[in-house]
Design a protein around this ligand. Structure first.
Ligand SMILES: *Cc1c(COP(=O)(O)O)cnc(C)c1O
Length: 485
């Protein structure tokens, strides 16, 4: 058999597939039943990692492909681990990961209808389901995009076409346009503005209150002064929630400001729009139904693999204005608002069969799975906040509203900002190198905070307590060894 035939051999594939699933099922069992036997992360420095993989590539192991999979499993972050509490990413439910595998295998391109008939049709149904859950009305609809970053850019391009007119797409310009957003917004909003050519003055950052929510009382003042400077403000972006601290902006207040001033209201709900699926926590996104457009990542809070994002428009006809551009070889009737020719409305030409992963969950478990998961991880965030409040020498950045919590260790003895930052930086680095827990850090107004996002369905109160005890121990050790007060 030549290599090409060997690579497509059905029997080899059958064996590989079975062995891979066995490997992953064992991993899933291990993190649930014997978590201390496997770290959340096995830390390597970049140069250690490079050495490891170079050696791995050179090793002559006679086509031992399962060794490839094992090496990746071992050297990746274990997002299903109860002590994975790091960046916002879902531990995919197995059925959604399998659907992703199916999509990779079928590899339909999605740009035009017949190159993805099933997943294009299901994409429409999935986005309609999201629009319904957000109560956005009968006219709502949209698309799936490869990530929230691209979703936000696409939404803002649409806002520009609707508010300024489609000529801007033809002729360029628009460097006097602007939008307003919280200073805590995700950096991709800033990038989108600069990609559109509005420059630094095109992003007007509104200060936050002490809970890191946008100060909506300042919107009129900033709006007026932008106008005086000759800027045409066309949109306000609400964060639901902000990435660093998990703060939810007051969407109702932003909506009414936008309505009054004829502005586009976009909600960046990449992380937190998913709270609409929890009866207990959907109050956090009150007002989201009034958004002109919204973005929600399934891969952050709704248990699909990366990256699967819903971009929903309040009036689906708006979405056809985003790219008012001809590509005649793709479709014949440019002006028709065909929901089934996705490339008319998406940035991507070829794109993954994204809807498959969502549909597999929806069809198998229904909305109930998301209800349970979202409620559980938000409960954990709130509980963690309570545990921190009860513990001496710990400080919270904000009152946790969801599953993102920022905190730090503060020894009794008075200490400078720099020393406290160094102390908490050391704690985080020690945790990383130890690997039992994976948490991250963030900087808020010059202060370094330890940051957790709870996304493992297997995290329990004992994990929270163990983490705090470790942080305390590391803090005390460092304090005694290194700091001279
Ligand atoms: C994660 C995040 C993004 C970016 O989304 P990707 O899917 O990672 O591209 C944008 N905004 C917010 C608020 C986020 O939390």
């Amino acid at each position: 058999m030549n290599t090409l035939h060997q690579a497509y051999d059905p029997e080899t594939f059958r064996q590989q597939g079975h062995e891979l699933v066995n490997l992953l099922a064992d991993y899933l069992q291990q993190v649930q039943q014997n978590k201390s036997s496997i770290p959340a992360i096995k830390w390597k420095t970049p140069s250690q990692s490079l050495n490891f993989w170079r050696t791995h590539l050179e090793k002559d192991d006679n086509m031992d492909w399962i060794a490839i999979f094992k090496a990746f499993l071992e050297n990746s972050v274990h997002v299903h681990h109860p002590q994975y509490m790091g960046h916002q990413i879902s531990p995919p439910v197995p059925i959604a990961a399998l659907a992703g595998f199916l999509g990779d295998f079928l590899n339909n391109g999605m740009g035009v209808y017949e190159m993805g008939m099933a997943s294009t049709t299901v994409e429409k149904m999935v986005v309609d389901m999201v629009a319904k859950q957000m109560k956005m009305g009968q006219e709502a609809g949209g698309i799936l995009t490869s990530g929230g970053t691209l979703g936000n850019l696409t939404a803002l391009l649409c806002a520009r076409s609707v508010k300024v007119g489609e000529n801007i797409w033809k002729e360029g310009g628009g460097n006097k346009l602007a939008l307003m957003v919280s200073e805590q917004a995700h950096y991709c909003v800033d990038r989108a503005v600069r990609i559109m050519g509005w420059g630094e003055g095109g992003i007007i950052k509104i200060p936050c209150n002490e809970q890191f929510q946008i100060r909506t009382d300042l919107l009129p003042e900033y709006f007026e002064s932008a106008q005086k400077e000759g800027r045409q403000v066309i949109a306000v972006v609400g964060s639901a929630c902000s990435t660093s601290t998990g703060a939810f902006d007051d969407l109702e207040a932003i909506a009414s400001f936008c309505q009054k001033n004829n502005l586009w209201f976009h909600v960046d709900g990449a992380h937190g729009a998913a709270t609409a699926f929890s009866r207990k926590y959907n109050f956090l996104v009150k007002g989201i139904d009034q958004a002109d457009s919204l973005v929600m990542d399934f891969h952050k809070m709704l248990l699909t693999p990366s990256i699967t994002t819903a971009l929903v428009f309040r009036r689906k006809k708006d979405s056809f204005k985003t790219f008012a551009q001809r590509a005649q070889y793709l479709w014949s009737q440019e002006e028709n608002q065909e929901w089934f020719n996705l490339a008319k409305r998406t940035f991507e030409c070829t794109k993954l069969m994204l809807s498959l992963k969502v549909y597999a969950i929806l069809k198998t478990y229904g909305l109930e799975l998301w209800e349970e998961f979202v409620t559980k991880v938000l409960d954990i965030g709130i509980t963690f906040g309570e545990l921190i409040r009860q513990k001496p020498n710990f400080e919270l950045a904000t009152n946790p509203e969801c599953n993102i919590v920022c905190f730090r260790y503060v020894p009794e003895i008075e200490s400078s900002l720099e020393k406290l930052n160094a102390l908490n930086d050391h704690i985080r680095q020690s945790l990383l190198e130890d690997g039992a827990f994976y948490i991250v850090k963030t900087n808020l107004n010059g202060k370094l905070w330890l940051r957790c996002t709870f996304t493992s369905p297997f995290s329990e109160q004992e994990d929270l307590i163990e983490l705090l005890n470790r942080v305390e121990l590391l803090g005390k050790e460092y304090f005694e060894r290194v700091l001279e007060y």
